[in-house]
Design a protein around this ligand. Structure first.
Ligand code: HEM
Length: 559
């Protein structure tokens, strides 16, 4: 028998050999010695004892035997499993003592010691980490279906209507149906194309806004997340619900804070997820924050759904105008395999807004920060833009295929700063063996794409920002090339990747085309802080503040 023991096999082995012997020994011991002995030489029993003895004996024997069986089966299982290498866990906390405030970096350091497949314990929860192209392929491709579930975390429970969204729902028919909706309805090429005018209008608003504040230092991510929030709000909700002028239910600033909080809370290491019996203590205060946040989102989403239902009411053959309309129509579809309830529509809507807003803004902020550290790359990019686009117009989405260097900057940024450095945790659905090691059912599985992006066997000078490395190489980010997986791969891969890419590439291209970027006066490139914060996305710890000087003719900015 190989090192992997399925629960069934273990059971059989125990019953066949060890358990049988131990059980017999136990019964023999219990019935031979002590107060329950039925030895013929013992004094005769009283009438009442005669009645009680067989019950006592059998209960006690059964209890002890069951306990022995459980302990034995655990021991046997532990002894037989060949787990991947990893640091020895402490009781209760497991290896949590080794995980710092930037878990992907701590786990990266550990993988340098223990190898590309590693076993850790977060409290009592087993965690397996894959940190090489081979392991990413095995986890996300070869055994994708085994690892296609998600662990149940407090974030999924409290912030996504008890796992009713796409990201945190466990593998099963509900999640499969959600993915089908994404593929067929929400992110089909036709639907994405139909919203191109929205992306264009919002891009123009960004460029105009930056022009207005040109020559003064601006917080770039603020501008970028406004664009992506507006784009996604108009595509998903039909309008900018956060627009101050529209009597909005929540201000844009407040809404962006809610999204930042959602991303942070979805990615944090909540101790209660690893040590369930202290969950109720909420030692880090995260659960309190999750509950407060979900109340705020619910108020907003209720308002959105009410407005949409009002608009649809009584209109025959209503044509969906945005993604919420599509979801509400699907919720009424009697042929749906699994009913989509109102809370499911709210959870999906929240997923789309969150997924679509933060990630692209974070990526573009990192890109401009890296370029400010290496100004010579600006020159190469603007040379390409001037040559391909010219100075009399802005970049459009269809131009991107002709801008390989800008595309290379986007890829290089996602290599060094993947938004989700360990993707979103997966969860094994059954016992499996990979690379000669046993991965038991219910193990959390992480793929450290941050480590893969810095693997010196794959990349020359891996810590250096060098977009040229992608020129002439057929590496893309769409989940086929395992050395570069910013959107993941396989069944759980990001369903919004084509939208995300469009927003990243066109905002980056236009920011570089329309402006010369400088650091604020008195700041040197060496002073630019490149630290990060860990959450479900990994933004800069200190937001980039930079100065944008227009580089195109003035009339182009009156958009
Ligand atoms: C820069 C842009 C984006 C990046 C880098 C990104 C990255 C990711 C990653 C790494 C995952 C996890 C993949 C895995 O577990 O293997 C993911 C999942 C997901 N993303 Fe994105 N994403 C982006 C944009 C978007 C957009 C625009 C949307 C929707 C509007 C979106 C919605 C989702 C959803 C719903 C999931 C969960 C999928 C599932 O569990 O089945 N993302 N994304």
């Amino acid at each position: 028998m190989g090192p992997l023991m399925t629960s069934e096999n273990i059971q059989k082995t125990i019953i066949n050999k060890d358990y049988y012997n131990h059980f017999n020994a136990l019964i023999t011991a219990l019935t031979t010695f002590g107060p329950f002995s039925t030895d013929k030489k013992s004094p005769p029993l009283q009438a009442s004892q005669k009645m009680d003895t067989p019950t006592w004996v059998s209960y006690a024997a059964a209890w002890i035997a069951t306990l022995a069986l459980v302990l034995l089966s655990r021991r046997l299982r532990r002894r037989k499993l060949k787990l991947p290498p990893g640091p020895k866990p402490w009781p209760i906390i497991g290896n949590l003592n080794l995980i710092g405030p930037l878990p992907h970096r701590s786990i990266h350091d550990l993988s340098q010691e223990y190898g590309p497949i590693m076993h850790l314990k977060f409290g009592s929860c087993p965690v397996v980490v894959g940190s090489s192209v081979e392991m990413a392929k095995v986890i996300l491709k070869t055994h994708d279906v085994t690892f296609a579930s998600r662990p149940k975390t407090a974030a999924g429970k409290y912030t996504t209507y008890n796992y009713s969204d796409i990201t945190w729902s466990p593998y099963g028919s509900y999640w499969r149906q959600a993915r089908k909706m994404c593929l067929m309805e929400l992110f089909s090429a036709k639907r994405l194309d139909s919203y191109e005018y929205i992306r264009k209008e919002e891009m123009n608003a960004l460029l105009k806004g930056l022009y207005k504040s040109s020559e003064t230092p601006v917080n770039l991510k603020d501008h970028l997340s406004t664009v992506s929030l507006n784009v996604i709000s108009r595509m998903v909700l039909g309008k900018k619900y956060t627009d101050e002028t529209e009597n909005s239910i929540v201000s844009p600033e407040e809404f962006k804070k809610m999204l930042d909080e959602l991303f942070l809370l979805s990615g944090v290491l909540n101790i209660g997820d690893s040590i369930p019996w202290i969950d109720f203590l909420d030692l880090q205060g995260y659960i309190k924050r999750m509950k407060a946040l979900s109340k705020k989102f619910d108020r907003f989403l209720e308002h959105v759904l009410d407005e949409h239902n009002e608009r649809r009411k009584g209109v025959k053959d209503y044509v969906a105008k945005d993604m919420v309309d599509v979801l509400l129509q699907l919720a009424e579809d009697p042929n749906l395999e699994v009913k989509l309830e109102r809370h499911g529509v709210k959870a999906f809507t929240q997923d789309l807004i969150a997924g679509g807003t933060e990630s692209s803004a974070v990526t573009v902020e990192w890109a401009i920060s890296e370029l400010l550290k290496k100004p010579e790359i600006f020159d190469k990019a603007t040379e390409e833009l001037d040559r391909v686009i010219g100075r009399e117009r802005w970049v459009e989405e269809k131009d991107i295929v002709n801008l390989p260097f800008v595309d290379a900057i986007a890829k290089e940024t996602m290599r060094l700063h993947p938004v989700a450095p360990m993707l979103v945790p997966r969860f094994s659905r059954e016992d499996i063996q990979i690379a000669g090691y046993d991965i038991p059912k219910d193990t959390r599985v992480l793929v450290n794409v941050w480590t893969i992006g810095r693997d010196p066997t794959l990349w020359d000078s891996p810590n250096e920002f060098c977009p040229d490395r992608f020129i002439g190489k057929a590496i893309d980010v769409k989940g086929h090339d395992f050395e570069l997986l910013p959107f993941g791969s396989g069944r759980r891969m990001c369903p919004g990747y084509s939208l995300g890419l469009k927003v990243i590439q066109s905002s980056l291209a236009n920011l570089l085309h329309g402006f010369t970027w400088k650091l604020p006066p008195n700041m040197k490139k060496e002073d630019l802080n490149m630290e990060e914060i860990f959450g479900l996305s990994t933004p800069k710890k200190f937001p980039l503040v930079a100065v944008a000087e227009p580089r195109l003719p003035a009339h182009l900015y009156s958009l």
